[in-house]
Design a protein around this ligand. Structure first.
Ligand code: MN3
Length: 250
């Protein structure tokens, strides 16, 4: 897409700007506040380094899959996102979250590559070897309150990933009422995209079920990959994301 087309699409979307409470723009804020404006450069977004070695999640997620997934797939989303946004100005704070809350369904460049960058950044953050094997503290309490406990959460999350047709993601989100929900989205969509998906909220755990996330090791056995993923979740990172999401809802 050339820049003119991109601006036309994003300009049209801007007319229906939806900023949700978890974006930090609470209802009832005084009107007429000047909107922040952001102009993107050629390298505004960057590929985050992994917090662990490529083979640290093996055998559940093998090193070759990690190297291709991070170094090729995620890097590709970052490169294409920067190419789509270079020189574009928007009346937003410039965060990836603000862009996704506002992206229009037909803006494929931002929807696919902005979603791809956000989703993979979250994916690396919520994976870790070792650490607590199950949710603890507030996270465990909310999983019990809203989802019937850790076992039924894990079953619902695994089912959301297994039944997502084709490529996509399974999510644990905090919805606008501060409750946990399990959901899934297609392609690189995510629950921040208020104009693109049905069930919206703040993702605190995301599982990639694209074939590139597991095919080298598991071929067509997506369910085996899902069980491996669940055994590798960094529950402390999920708890930290929960705290942030609840702070924005309150
Ligand atoms: Mn992926």
């Amino acid at each position: 897409m050339d820049k003119r087309t991109f601006l036309k699409i994003t300009g049209a979307a801007g007319a229906g700007l939806v900023l949700t409470p978890w974006m930090g723009c609470a209802p009832g804020e005084p009107e007429g506040q000047p909107q922040p404006t952001t102009t993107f450069g050629p390298e505004t977004f960057t590929l985050p380094a992994l917090g662990f070695a490529m083979d640290a999640l093996a055998p559940g997620i093998d090193a070759a899959t990690m190297e291709i997934h991070h170094g090729k797939h995620h890097a590709g989303y970052v490169r294409k996102l920067n190419a789509a946004l270079d020189g574009v100005s928007v009346g937003l704070d410039g965060s990836l979250e603000s862009l996704l809350a506002w992206v229009a369904p037909d803006n494929a460049a931002l929807r696919n590559n902005g979603g791809g960058h956000y989703n993979h950044t979250l994916y690396w953050e919520v994976l870790r070897p070792g650490g607590p094997a199950a949710p603890e503290g507030d996270l465990a309490e909310l999983i019990a309150r809203d989802l019937g406990g850790v076992e039924s959460f894990a079953a619902a999350f695994a089912k959301a990933g297994a039944t997502q047709f084709g490529s996509g993601w399974a999510w644990l989100i905090v919805n606008g009422e501060g409750k946990l929900e399990v959901t899934s989205t297609a392609n690189q969509d995510n629950p921040l995209m208020t104009q693109c998906v049905e069930r919206t909220g703040t993702p605190i755990l995301g599982m990639d079920v694209w074939e590139h996330a597991y095919y080298l090791n598991y071929q067509n056995r997506r369910k085996d990959y899902i069980q491996a993923f669940l055994s590798l979740v960094n529950w402390e990172a999920v708890s930290a994301r929960l705290d942030g999401a609840l702070g924005a809802v309150r």
